[in-house]
Design a protein around this ligand. Sequence first.
Ligand code: SME
Length: 200
Amino acid sequence: MRRTGDVPGGSDAYARALAELGRELAGPDGLNAAIARLYEQFDHYSWIGFYRVEGGELVLGPWRGPQATEHVRIPVGKGICGAAAASGATEVVEDVAADPRYLSCFVSTRSEIVVPVSRGGRVVGEIDIDSDRPGAFDDHDRAFLERVAKLIGSSGAIAADTAPPASWLVDEWGRESFPASDPPSRWAGRDTPARGAVRE
Ligand code: SME
């Protein structure tokens, strides 16, 4: 398990990064700049990407790392990423090899953290970070990245009116579903998913 002392500057590094990210996210291309800063500033963040929720799928946006991932679209509910989007809760996986949900991207990855970003009470995206170190993400990382997720959610980097409801989940037959109170017709102009059973 990594200790915060492994990060140059220790816990102060997180506080400083948070202030800088807040400034960057207020500017143009803020999300891309934020992802770049996180990658450059924290050595144990080996690959970082931002997925947006679009029509029951996670769609890869800005990312940084040594190589591209094949997982540019992930159904909500699949993988570690899909699980976090479905639940709205942070996922920390200390050993990806031991988690049957894990969708493999890079052979070097040992651990992963996925932090959902919400806006208007809905999951609109998420930060996904892979590390080449086992158990790389400690409580400082989780608290820090949850603060970053809040900054992104409130920054305007993702427009709330383009986000489909987080309650579009993939059911046990692989179909997408949505509550009757919030039908996809509200999201006219976007791809409408195949209809599944209505779930509350
Ligand atoms: N490992 C993720 C897929 C995305 S890649 O890490 C970039 C998952 O299990 O959902």
